[in-house]
Design a protein around this ligand. Structure first.
Ligand SMILES: Nc1nc2c(ncn2[C@@H]2O[C@H](COP(=O)(O)OP(=O)(O)OP(=O)(O)O)[C@@H](O)[C@H]2O)c(=O)[nH]1
Ligand SMILES: [Zn+2]
Ligand SMILES: [Zn+2]
Length: 230
């Protein structure tokens, strides 16, 4: 089975792109599964089903950090995919934290970014972009050719090893080429225990433990104080 992790900021076009890619791979005769992990709400599983995909699931992290929820579930999700004898398993993350990255060693890592975020976006996204193998830029239909080119240069500056591809999630334009790239680039998972590519932030503080009161006397655990100008 080949694992593909797909991360990107909320509403950047991950599902629109993935449902096209997964259908192309399915048409080629592959067994394809997609699991969406989100935070509070999603109807992505239904959208994947409507596109004709059979092996579909979704889960919500609720009060947990969605990236930690993602990492904690990877082994179970892999077992689910292997049990169904999938050729490809896509995991779509919530993409909410710019400090985290859900990408797994040995899996193909895709970062989806929206052209409309502007050329400053790649600098802000962090490890989910920097540790990606492929960068997919959406909503290219709404910007100029020059903007697409500058965006690709910026994305490559922050993810030098990644290939950048502009696709349109809504019409599916460019997603067949992307599916072909994924077929070439994704390898079967190695037999070793899966590992994250990037460590999560150490985030145990009063508020992780449910504190709602604000005040120095309430602070325990990790605390980082902002240095303000005098
Ligand atoms: N114009 C245009 N719209 C797009 C494109 N890709 C996606 N959209 C639209 O953007 C909206 C959000 O797309 P989704 O695919 O749901 O985005 P997502 O990243 O999966 O969203 P979450 O999983 O909820 O974070 C939808 O209304 C899409 O039709 C694109 O390339 N061009
Ligand atoms: Zn989605
Ligand atoms: Zn995080």
């Amino acid at each position: 089975m080949r694992l593909v992790t797909v991360a990107g900021p909320p509403t950047c076009g991950k599902t629109s792109v993935l449902r096209n890619v997964a259908c192309h791979l399915q048409t080629d005769g592959h067994e394809v599964g997609v699991i969406k992990l989100d935070c509070l709400t999603t109807n992505d599983a239904e959208r994947y089903r409507q596109a004709g995909l059979v092996h579909v699931a979704q889960g919500l992290s609720g009060s947990l950090c969605p990236d930690h929820f993602f990492a904690g579930n990877v082994p179970r999700l892999l077992a689910w995919g292997k049990q169904r004898q999938l050729d490809f398993l896509f995991l779509e993350s919530a993409g909410l934290c710019n400090r985290c990255s859900p990408h797994v060693k040995g899996a193909l890592a895709i970062c989806v970014l929206d052209h409309l975020g502007g050329v400053q976006l790649p600098a802000k996204v962090g490890p989910m972009l920097r540790s990606a193998d492929l960068v997919v830029a959406t909503r290219g239909d709404l910007v100029s050719q020059a903007e697409r080119e500058v965006f690709a240069l910026e994305a490559n500056h922050h993810a030098p090893k990644a290939r950048v591809l502009s696709v349109q999630g809504r019409t599916g334009q460019g997603t067949l080429e992307l599916a072909r790239k994924i077929e070439r680039m994704a390898s079967p998972l190695p037999p070793e225990e899966p590992r994250l590519r990037f460590s999560m932030p150490s985030a145990v503080c009063s508020y992780c433990l449910g504190e709602t009161r604000l005040g120095d006397e309430r602070q325990i655990g990790n605390l980082k104080l902002l240095e303000l100008p005098a």
